[in-house]
Design a protein around this ligand. Structure first.
Ligand SMILES: [Zn+2]
Length: 118
């Protein structure tokens, strides 16, 4: 194979790699924006829940059903957040330890820091 063809193949490979990296970067940015949006919603739900519990306490009314409803909504948002984080970790090829939050290699079975099963 000639030097020129060799250089063309190498350049194509580098461009493909750079393209893939750019795609991953864009995807990661989108996921991080989504996580920030979910965080805002979670904060808003907590705030509203707190206000309603406070109001019920002042007015001596029962808010048990309301609290259950809000807790379910918050659980859904927390699950959505975990799913988004998992996607981020998969793209970054890391696996977060559920015990100590250490970032391990994606294919690790045990945490490198605390030894917990992943
Ligand atoms: Zn750990």
């Amino acid at each position: 194979m000639g030097v020129l063809e060799d250089a063309v193949i190498k350049a194509k490979g580098a461009a493909d790699f750079a393209g893939r990296k750019t795609g991953e970067f864009v995807e990661l940015s989108k996921l991080r924006i989504s996580i920030a949006e979910v965080d805002k919603k979670i904060e808003a739900e907590y705030l509203e829940l707190g206000k309603m519990v406070y109001k019920a306490s002042r007015e001596h009314t029962d808010c048990t059903d309301y609290v259950q409803e809000k807790a379910t909504a918050i659980d859904l948002l927390l699950k959505k957040r975990r799913d988004l984080e998992e996607k981020v970790n998969a793209l970054r090829k890391v696996k977060k330890c559920p015990e100590c939050s250490h970032e391990n290699q994606f294919d690790a079975n045990y945490c490198n820091k605390c030894g917990a099963k992943l």
